[in-house]
Structure formats: structure tokens, C-alpha cells
Ligand binder design. Structure first.
Ligand code: PLP
Length: 431
């Protein structure tokens, strides 16, 4: 009796596709999604009681692994004090202080409940503050499912985007220009044409929604210069990379290579909630003061800054602020990625990988891709076989080749060694 299969059938009768977020349905790889019964540390157990080493970690938030004792305690205490008040609490201030402490670009922050909401609100703020409508996003970057962002490139720079979802009227995306990631020439051309009409450019600095693709330093430097010169705001969507690739997030990595580098607005989520629904956006005081109730840009939320979610996020950030944390996490992630690389090489499978902090990506390609078009040259059938081979061996990676992977501080050397050994067995069948 397969309990995962039974639950999936029950779910499909009631919930579209049986899931509450599409990627969970395993459509890209086929097969039955694993229904999680419980999780602890680096593992979860599915409805059949099978243990999996979890490299998704709720798509990033579980940087301490599941059920870290300090986080569980903070959440339990918060629950006893009340679930939600619709009135301010001290922990919202503490969480804001903790975020601002690590991100020099963020002087003020507004807490919301999801990354989608944070990115959507940051764009509204950018438009409100600049008085402009147009924006640039990059192909392969995901910023949540707000209407204006569900868009693919038109034909050439002269045309703005087309909706990628039914239900999004073309008028709603008419101000969104979609460009190729890491393409400096195209970026320059777009700014020459539209620079003075742009409210903002939104980017995932390390794109985790096309597996793992870094914006190159020259590309980022040019983007920053063009935004500054044309009065457009640079919005860093760090929902995935924030407090995940480094304590100072991806922006700190670019600041190491580009003197004085800062984004104008930063969008956060995932890790800052530690697994609870919590996200944020922030930036300089002068910009953030355009928000209601101080300014004319409206934004609100019944559950924003929820007391249980802020307790969870705060406890998580406190743990990862230990100066030993990121070097340790980075070393674990490197061991995994180097191990996978060695296993692929030994079995003659083309393989390219990259990683930063507790985030990694690998491709069954001879070289790292620089943009979405190159990512999509990956062999999806081969990836599907790798995915299922690993799943059968109790290793749970993202069920789609355009998703990143995540290592937590709960992943032991032994977990990683088991993962590499399993991968080598599967690579052997792929070569
Ligand atoms: C996950 C993600 C979002 C959306 O966050 P949700 O909480 O799922 O709405 C936005 N941007 C990036 C970069 C993300 O990875």
C-alpha cells in the first residue's frame, strides 16, 4: 500500500493538481510526489515512512535543518503569547533591527507574508517613488506571481512583454521589458531607448529559479551604473539568496568586487522567516518613507509581521549570525558539490556546478550556463532519470532541473558522503 499515492489521489480530487504550489506536483520528472509526514534535521520521512536526505529545505528557508531546538523553543513560546493581534509587537522591531544590522543598503524595512507580496510591493514603491511605470526583468528570474512579472520577452527590444499566464491581461505587462541575463550589450541598448522611463530593474543577483546562475561582476557593475545614471532603482530580489549565500546576502558578495556597491531596494523572504510565512522589502529611509502611512504608496497586510513568524525568523537569524556559521555551511556545500563533480567525472557524465554559502546548482552540461537559454539546453530526460535514481536511494533534490539546491547546517559529513555515493551509482546508469 503506497500511502504517498493514496494521499496524492485524495489531494487531486480536492486541490488542483493535488498541490498548493505547482512544482510540488513532480510534473517535470513524473511519478508520485512524496507527502511529508515529519522532518528533523537534514531528513524528512514521507507518508510510507521512508527517510530522505532533504536538499530542498522548503526551497531555502530551512538553513538550520528541520526543527532546530532554539527555533522550536522560540516558536512554542510565541504561540503561547498569542497567534496574531493586528497590532504592533516588539519582535517586529527586533527582526527589523536584525535585518538592518546585516544589510548596509537597508535602513528601513517593511515586513510582509510572502516573497510574491514583497517583490510586488517593492515594484509599487519603485514606481511610486520615481513616478515612472516601466521596469526591466530578466528571463529565467522569478519574483513571485504578481501579474506584472508573469511575462516573457517580446520579439526584440522594441516590444514589451507577453503574459506567461492566462488571466494576465496584456495591458498589465505592457510596461515590463524582459532581457537576457548577463547580456551587457542588450542592457545598454535597453537603457539607451528607455532608461529615462524606467522605474526599476529587478534582478535575482544569483538566479536560483533557473537552477543556479550568477550575474557576472561586469554585468552587475554596468547595471548599477546604468540605473544610477538614469534615475532607475536597482531592486535586488534576494528572497532566495538573502541570508542564504552569505550573512550579508548576495549584495555583500558584489560589494566585495564593486567598490561601494549597493542595490536601492532589497526583497527578502525564505530564510528570514525560518520556514514560516514571512518576507520583507527594504531600502534607504528616504525611499521607504514613500510607503503608507507616511507616504502615498499604499501597502498593508492583516498578518504582516505575524508574532509567531517573527519569532521563528528571529531565532533563525540569531543562529546564523554566529561568525562560524557561514564558513561551516560553505564548507559542507563545497564538499557536496566537489563530491558530485568527482562522481560525475569518474562515470564520464558531463557536469558543471556552482555554489555559494548554503546554495548550490549543478547541470548535466559541460559548462556552466550564463542565461536561461543555455540552462534550457540541459537534457530533461536525463535529469529525470537522475532525480528518480536519487529519490529511490533516499536523496531528495528539486523535482525540476531549473531549481537550485540547499544545504543546511544539519547536513552531516556522513549525509553528504551518502549522497555522493548514491549519485555515483546513478551517474553510472546515465553515462
Ligand atoms: C521564492 C521566491 C519568490 C517568491 O516567494 P514566495 O514566498 O514563494 O511568494 C520571489 N523571488 C525569488 C527570488 C524567490 O526565490
Amino acid at each position: 500500500m503506497d500511502r504517498n499515492q493514496q494521499l496524492f489521489e485524495r489531494a487531486r480530487a480536492l486541490i488542483p493538481g493535488g498541490v498548493n504550489s505547482p512544482v510540488r506536483a513532480f510534473r517535470a520528472v513524473g511519478g508520485t510526489p512524496r507527502f511529508v509526514q515529519r522532518a528533523e534535521g537534514a531528513y524528512f520521512w514521507d507518508a510510507n515512512g521512508a527517510r530522505h536526505i532533504d536538499y530542498i529545505g522548503s526551497w531555502g528557508p530551512m538553513i538550520l535543518g528541520h526543527g532546530h531546538p532554539a527555533v522550536v523553543e522560540a516558536v512554542q513560546k510565541a504561540v503561547r503569547d498569542g497567534f496574531s493581534f493586528g497590532a504592533p509587537t516588539e519582535r517586529e522591531v527586533e527582526l527589523a533591527e536584525e535585518i538592518v544590522k546585516h544589510l548596509p543598503a537597508v535602513e528601513m524595512v517593511r515586513l510582509v507574508s510572502s516573497g510574491t507580496e514583497a517583490a510586488m510591493s517593492a515594484i509599487r514603491l519603485a514606481r511610486g517613488a520615481t513616478g515612472r511605470s516601466r521596469l526591466i526583468k530578466f528571463e529565467g528570474c522569478y519574483h513571485g506571481h504578481a501579474d506584472a512579472l508573469l511575462v516573457k520577452a517580446g520579439s526584440g527590444l522594441a516590444t514589451f512583454g507577453h503574459p506567461t499566464s492566462a488571466g494576465v491581461p496584456p495591458e498589465v505587462v505592457q510596461h515590463t521589458l524582459v532581457l537576457e541575463y548577463n547580456n551587457v550589450a542588450q542592457l545598454e541598448e535597453a537603457f539607451t531607448r528607455y532608461g529615462n522611463e524606467l522605474a526599476c530593474v529587478i534582478i535575482e543577483p544569483i538566479a536560483g529559479n533557473m537552477n543556479f546562475v550568477r550575474a557576472s561582476v561586469p554585468f552587475m557593475k554596468k547595471l548599477r551604473e546604468l540605473c544610477t545614471n538614469h534615475g532607475a532603482l536597482l531592486v535586488f530580489d534576494e528572497v532566495m539568496t538573502g541570508f542564504r549565500v552569505a550573512l550579508g546576502s548576495a549584495q555583500a558578495l558584489y560589494a566585495r568586487n564593486i567598490p561601494g556597491f549597493r542595490p536601492d531596494l532589497t526583497v527578502l523572504g525564505k530564510v528570514i522567516g525560518g520556514g514560516m510565512p514571512l518576507a520583507a522589502f527594504g531600502g534607504p529611509r528616504a525611499l521607504m518613507e514613500h510607503l503608507a502611512p507616511l507616504g502615498p504608496v499604499y501597502q498593508a497586510g492583516t498578518l504582516s509581521g505575524n508574532p509567531v513568524a517573527t519569532a521563528c525568523g528571529l531565532a533563525t537569524l540569531q543562529q546564523i549570525s554566529d561568525p562560524r556559521f557561514f564558513p561551516m555551511l560553505e564548507a559542507r556545500t563545497r564538499t557536496l558539490v566537489e563530491g558530485l563533480r568527482g562522481a560525475a567525472e569518474a562515470e564520464g557524465v558531463p557536469f558543471a556546478a556552482d555554489h555559494q554559502g548554503g546554495m548550490f546548482g549543478f547541470f548535466l552540461l559541460p559548462q556552466l550556463p550564463a542565461n536561461y537559454g543555455e540552462v534550457m539546453k540541459s537534457d530533461a530526460a536525463k535529469f529525470g532519470r537522475l532525480f528518480h535514481g536519487l529519490l529511490d536511494r533516499g536523496i531528495y533534490i528539486a523535482p525540476a532541473l531549473y531549481e537550485a539546491g540547499f544545504v543546511s547546517s544539519a547536513h552531516s559529513e556522513d549525509d553528504i558522503a551518502q549522497t555522493v555515493a548514491a549519485a555515483r551509482e546513478v551517474f553510472r546508469t546515465l553515462a
